[in-house]
Design a protein around this ligand. Structure first.
Ligand code: CTP
Ligand code: MG
Length: 217
């Protein structure tokens, strides 16, 4: 089985406002609905698991009766682990996606699944286009070569046992899933994400998302 896990238990502290960013309306749908619908369109995704906060469970359950809806944790990492624990026994691959990225293309999901036949992990990423400098305590430590820097997006996709064991074992705090994997021990593939696959983080990003939506029509 190939499982899509959609993480939607964040509080959106940087976004601010009363409602969590993944449940804000973008046109006439909620931000989260876009990624759910992208995963639903991919026929080789056998089950979708939505990880969210307690107060949304009932609503999301009603709207998406076919999917598994579970409660998340205090951090993205905890939520992802709960998602992994909720996977059916015969899960072979998992694709972990941020609900805050509404513009994920079905082609990226399909490509990730295809590469999982050969690789144990597939990371969606974009090469940096801005110049990057390492800054610590407001001091520039080093000017970096942007060619060597990639900005990670989601989905990040894995052989289920590999990522499950990594989550079970690792203690360090990370902001994505591939950070927990011992990369020397596996075969992985970096695939090209998209400039449109933004993560809604601050409130201006919702305006940006509205523009992207218009462009894609
Ligand atoms: N997420 C989650 N559980 C958490 C924290 C985050 O499922 N405890 C999810 C978010 O809902 C989001 C994705 O992980 O879809 C990426 O996290 P991020 O952009 O950091 O969202 P928030 O944590 O909600 O935002 P902030 O960090 O500004 O509070
Ligand atoms: Mg966060």
């Amino acid at each position: 089985m190939n499982i899509g896990i959609i993480l939607a238990a964040g509080k959106g502290e940087r976004f601010g406002g009363g409602i969590e960013k993944q449940f804000c309306y973008l046109n006439n749908k909620m931000v989260i609905d876009y990624s759910i619908s992208a995963f639903e369109k991919v026929k080789n995704i056998n089950q979708i698991i939505i990880v969210t906060s307690e107060k949304w469970i009932e609503k999301i359950n009603k709207k998406y009766p076919k999917h598994i809806i579970i409660k998340g944790g205090n951090t993205r990492q905890n939520s992802a682990f709960y998602g992994l624990k909720a996977c059916p026994e015969n899960t072979v691959n998992v694709l972990i996606h941020d609900a805050a990225r509404p513009f994920i293309k079905t082609a990226i999901i399909e490509q990730s699944l295809l590469h999982l036949k050969k690789y144990q992990a597939v990371i969606t990423s974009r090469q940096a286009t801005d110049t990057i400098m390492r800054v610590e305590n407001k001091k520039i430590i080093k000017m970096e070569n942007r060619k060597n820097f990639f900005l990670n997006q989601t989905p990040q996709s894995f052989n289920y046992k590999l990522i499950y064991n990594a989550y079970q074992k690792e203690q360090k705090n990370v902001t994505d899933d591939i950070s927990l994997i011992n990369l020397e021990k596996i075969k992985y593939k970096i695939i090209e994400g998209s400039n449109y696959n933004i993560k809604i983080t601050s409130s201006e990003d919702l305006l940006l998302a509205e523009s992207i939506l218009k462009l894609s029509k």
